[in-house]
Design a protein around this ligand. Structure first.
Ligand code: DGJ
Length: 730
């Protein structure tokens, strides 16, 4: 059993193949953190923690002045009894005090993993895949229990953590903060890394040294956000793609979050992630339970690459669900940049036919098909087909596409309402708002109040009608603004600060219902590109539109940064027209194809207006993608050269039995009189022979990995190469 309880020493040891996580209950009360890292055997767990009375560090234990919560490395710390660092939780009792005394009460260890009530989470398909420890702490004065859940996967170096707060007392309490996890690591000479950005340049990598005090990233936008992904990593100073210790923390949540890293004077690093406590409270009545979202904690001793491959496997196989989870996705065409709002049934048909000839498998009709939606000023909420554009309805165009041998998909933005819509005119109180205050618009729209069950039920039924109205096999679920005036007409004054989290619970309920009702629809989430690219959305929709920025050069950074956590199969990547609509840059069609082929390939351009030469190129690359997509979608990814460090980017994918690999290499700007360059590959079998493309020459795996693959001298900007690597049969 990979969770051992040493009662004498009061120590829990959780381990996977290559990782250990050790907790000790100190003084019979406090869960202390002993170790997280490479798998170890421990003979003397009680010698790990050292105690010393320190000035200004109070002791809760009268008989042990050396002990202080202020210096104890903890698992789920409080504020108010001696620890002056950032607490993992805070509760306000009926007397107005926020002082609590949660101490160890009991524990439970079992095989498998339980789902989280109302929230997305990692799962197991068989109980033998993982083991769970639940440590229960109780504050007997309040009559409140706190269950700290830890699940360790046997074959992945992953621990998932979450907390549930159970009220069995008699007076309501108010939660002010309730992080999903907190851990105090016995070291502080780390770098920390996170993914920052904005619309059009999401998930750029930022790495810097950790300093004393608190470093934070967060979102208060009502979405996980373009600005900060709900993920941070700690890295040993020497860590790079292949070597060094890396600790990743990611949150399975799509709303406001916060991640804190705090270094104290004794070089302990406190790392915590959870719902953003800013503007959040939750009233907990006797008999009620509050469940936090889940944190996914990954340890890698193989650098960032090792961390990413663990996240990729976890998210792809134990967070994403549904029939598409293990299937390569259809190559899609999306109408947005080809037509924007201006299309007719006739020109959609022409585009579809042109796409089919080149190998497109799924035709997606984006924004503009409903209400009076000729621009972004109206009609969100009125999910009724615009007969002027589509006289035969969605069914007419979908049937036509079906007859041509393609699947049909449609865009919706259900969480929003335009003030200029029938829905808003009939239900002005259905949006987030605060009575008497203005309703701030963004992209001319307001956010529906999904914390309300009636609004959620309305959406479920309305979308059910749309999805049943035609043979729809794909849905793009968009969300194009962040929340303002966050308040709900249905919640009492003391519950107003619950609105943002209740919104997420409402959204997850709607998604659960719809994905259950339409198991064969492939859902792709989107929020103005990648404004909600997080594990929470992936639980319902196994792919996300990575960014509205389709420029091939910008996409290198976006896809590289995204790949730190998210696998290629989850990233929508489209070939678009030039000059690029976001940055005005002109890149060759081949490079645009090669960038998009490194993820989930799609096209979003005037496909019917390509020259015959361009059509041939697209058709050829689509055929090539058909040959490589299994490896790209289900293989292990190795990042070889970073676009954040120069003009060269390279990454490769290797299938699980190391028999096939695909290498992509891109050069953005040419260097005059460049040196010869060999690209060192990864992930192959050292002693086996490999053929590169159809070349006569064959190489040993270690030859390609240690000496490298020779690249041509490049004398142009925006060059790209794709190498298919095949192991020779013995
Ligand atoms: C934002 C999305 O990211 C785009 O791809 C497109 O669907 C537009 N919304 C449509 O309004």
């Amino acid at each position: 059993m990979p969770i051992e309880w040493n009662e004498k020493e009061q120590v829990f040891h959780l381990y996977s193949g290559r990782m250990s996580y050790i907790i000790q209950i100190v003084h019979g009360k406090y869960p202390a953190h002993l170790y997280w890292g490479k798998r170890v055997r421990v003979q003397q767990p009680s010698s790990i923690l050292a105690f010393k009375g320190r000035a200004f560090s109070p002791s809760t234990e009268p008989t042990d002045p050396k002990f202080s919560l202020d210096t104890l490395p903890q698992e789920y710390p409080a504020y108010g009894n001696g620890d002056f660092r950032s607490p993992a939780y805070q509760l306000r009792s009926p007397d107005g005090s926020t002082i609590t005394e949660f101490v160890f009460d009991s524990h439970e260890i079992f095989q498998g993993k339980r789902p989280l009530n109302g929230l997305p989470s990692a799962y197991v398909e068989d109980d033998s895949e993982a083991d769970t420890l639940v440590i229960t702490l109780v504050d007997s004065l309040l009559g409140v229990g706190m269950n700290l859940s830890y699940t360790v996967y046997r074959d992945l170096d992953v621990i998932t953590r979450s907390v549930s707060i159970e009220h069995f007392g008699s007076h309501e309490v108010e939660l002010h903060k309730c992080m999903s996890m907190s851990v105090d690591l016995h070291q502080s000479d780390w770098d920390w890394l996170h993914l920052q950005g904005t619309w059009g340049r999401e998930r750029h990598i930022e790495r810097r040294p950790l300093h004393h005090g608190i470093q934070t990233i967060s979102s208060a936008r009502g979405a996980s956000s373009h600005q900060h992904n709900p993920f941070v990593a700690l890295l040993s100073k020497n860590a790079n793609e292949d070597n060094g210790d890396v600790y990743g923390i990611s949150l399975v949540y799509s709303g406001n979050f916060q991640a804190d890293l705090e270094v104290d004077p004794f070089q302990t690093t406190r790392l915590a992630i959870g719902i953003n406590p800013f503007d959040f409270t939750w009233l907990l009545r006797p008999g009620e339970t509050f469940q936090t979202p889940e944190a996914l904690m990954v340890y890698s001793s193989d650098g960032l690459g090792g961390m990413s491959r663990t996240y990729h496997q976890l998210l792809r196989t134990r967070v994403c669900r549904g029939v598409y989870r293990d299937k390569p996705r259809p190559i899609l065409f999306n109408s947005w940049e080809a037509t924007y709002f201006h299309f007719t049934e006739k020109n959609l048909k022409d585009i579809a036919v042109a796409g089919k000839e080149l190998g497109i498998e799924l035709f997606v009709l984006d924004d503009g098909w409903f209400g009076r939606r000729d621009n972004d000023k109206s009609s969100l909420g009125d999910w009724v087909v615009n007969k002027k554009k589509l006289p035969n309805g969605l069914k007419g165009i979908a049937d036509y596409i079906g007859k041509k041998g393609m699947q049909f998909g449609v865009w919706v933005e259900p969480e929003m309402v335009s003030p200029d819509s029938e829905l808003y005119r009939n239900h002005p109180d259905w949006c987030l708002h605060v009575p008497g205050r203005k309703r701030t618009l963004s992209r001319n729209q307001l956010v529906l109040d999904l914390s309300r069950e009636d609004v959620g039920n309305y959406l479920i039924e309305t979308l059910t009608k749309v999805f049943k109205s035609a043979p729809i096999s794909y849905v793009k679920w968009d969300m194009n603004r962040n929340m303002t005036e966050v308040g709900s007409a249905r919640l009492s004054p003391e519950r107003q600060r619950e609105t943002a989290h209740r919104y997420m619970l409402g959204l997850y309920r709607i998604l659960e219902k719809l994905t259950e009702r339409f198991p064969d629809i492939l859902f792709e989430s989107c929020s103005g590109g990648g404004g909600r690219f997080d594990p929470g959305m992936l639980y319902y929709m196994p792919q996300t539109w990575t960014s509205d920025d389709t420029d091939a050069v910008e996409r290198l950074k976006i896809q590289y940064g995204t790949s730190l956590v998210y696998p290629a199969i989850t990233m929508g990547a489209h070939v678009s027209d030039v000059p690029n609509h976001q940055v005005g840059r002109t890149t060759p069609l081949l490079m645009r194809c090669h960038v998009a082929m490194a993820a989930n390939l799609g096209f979003e351009l005037k496909i019917d207006q390509l020259s015959s030469e361009e059509k041939t190129l697209v058709a050829t690359q689509i055929q090539k993608y058909q040959q490589i997509k299994d490896v790209v979608c289900f293989g292990d990814q190795f990042r070889l050269l970073s676009p954040f460090e120069g003009m060269d980017t390279a990454w490769m994918y290797v299938n699980p039995d190391q028999e096939k690999a695909v290498v992509f290499y891109y050069k953005t700007l040419a260097t005059p009189n460049p040196p010869f360059f060999r690209l060192k590959l990864r992930g192959l079998k050292s002693g086996e022979m490999y053929r590169v493309n159809d070349d006569d020459k064959v190489f040993f795996g270690d030859e390609l990995m240690q000496i490298g693959l020779s690249l041509p001298l490049i004398k142009k900007d925006f060059a790209s190469y794709l190498f298919q690597i095949q192991r020779l049969k013995k």
